[in-house]
Design a protein around this ligand. Sequence first.
Ligand code: SAH
Ligand code: SF4
Length: 448
Amino acid sequence: MRFFVETFGCQMNVADSLEMGRRLRARGFRTTKQLDRADVVLVNSCTVRDHAEHKALSFLGRLADWKSAAPGRLLIFAGCAAERLKDRLGRRFPQVDLVAGAKSIGDFDRLLAERFPALPFDGQQEWVDAWGWAPGLGETGLPGEGVTAFVTIMRGCNYACTYCVVPSVRGRELYRPAASIFSEVKERAAQGQREILLLGQTVNSYRPQGPNPGPEGREISDFSDLLQMVDAVPGVARIRFMSPHPHYVDERLAQAIHRSARVAPHIHLPVQSGSDAVLARMRRNYTREEFCRKVDVLRHHIPGLAVTTDFIVGFPGETEEDFLATLRLGREADLDGAYTFKYSPRPGTVSAQGADDVPDSVKEERLARLMEETDSRSRTKLAQLVGKTQEVLVEKGASEGSGFVWEGRTAHCRKIYVTSAKTHTTGDLLSVRVERADGKTLYGRVDA
Ligand code: SAH
Ligand code: SF4
């Protein structure tokens, strides 16, 4: 029995797919990369923008043929679009056997058991901890897993950004107990996953109320404590986190990152807009100036910090002036890179109740200008690295020509191809001299 996974959307979805994959493994399934060999297909969907949802649904549509080609095949539709559309899915996609919305990921195994009582079960259920994570099922090697371990530390979001569908499909914030996080990180590191990516919609709002003992009974009261806890786990070479919210960025967090030996000097801090009027209508709870001040606090404490962000263009009512303020922010805050999105009205959100009044042609044009600006800034930053030495975590290896070419990432999360006369393994940390920068990619050689 084999299962095939297709994941759309963010890294939280990748983590959820891995979690569901482990449950399928516990029931005797093995993974396959070939759809036609699969007995179970798991589609994990995204709904953050209309386009993302559409991609997941059209993939689902194409699975009608797969489903009818052999009896007994099971199709599971999971994630954020599944949560949003739930009961409405049946009519359009009768091929779906089980809907596991984003709020039910922790409940996935129970859903499986209820819907398919005949599925095998290997009796490890009692190992599942309060968070639903099963320490005994922690083997690596699921599709999407490599040198980086995706570790979910919280689910849901207590914010109410007016454009965003996430709070309605993922629910209120729920914090994973520190002990559960600690045991997973320890296990992943022991298995050779050298980079830990801590995940949550507003990952730095991690603040369990009530007792939350970590190792040796030490209380873990917030995200800064948690970083220090993970930093002390033997075998961990690098720590990242996604996505922090500017509201919870302060001196304490900056100092915690600075003190931690392994937290990478890179923060992806979504700002969304550089215009105060737009930020207020988005209900982001900060102004442009406050965002810049937070970036300054981080830079003050963390030498060589890279800051990347997310921008949305064409939010309702966005004027050319508002957009220009966004365009200027990259230079003013000296941002290292950005993901840029066109505003997409999502059903049920506050901003979707009003008109989507920036014409698509204007959104396209602003998106192109913003991408040009952020890409050229990013290219300049990369070019400045030529001749410098970077610490590179090896993600993949491949032999080519005379030497070996290894693929990895710098501490700033930049992709780099590394030539070396020596053999390395995935997870090695190399000291690499950058020789060339090309677009968004770096090329270098291991320092002798
Ligand atoms: N929790 C994260 C982001 C989650 S969604 C945070 O608050 O930063 C990831 C990104 O998608 C957001 O940062 C935003 O830039 C974009 N996004 C979310 N809703 C959107 C919408 N309706 N239209 C366009 N982009 C959107
Ligand atoms: Fe969406 Fe805002 Fe929550 Fe991020 S903080 S998930 S953008 S509501």
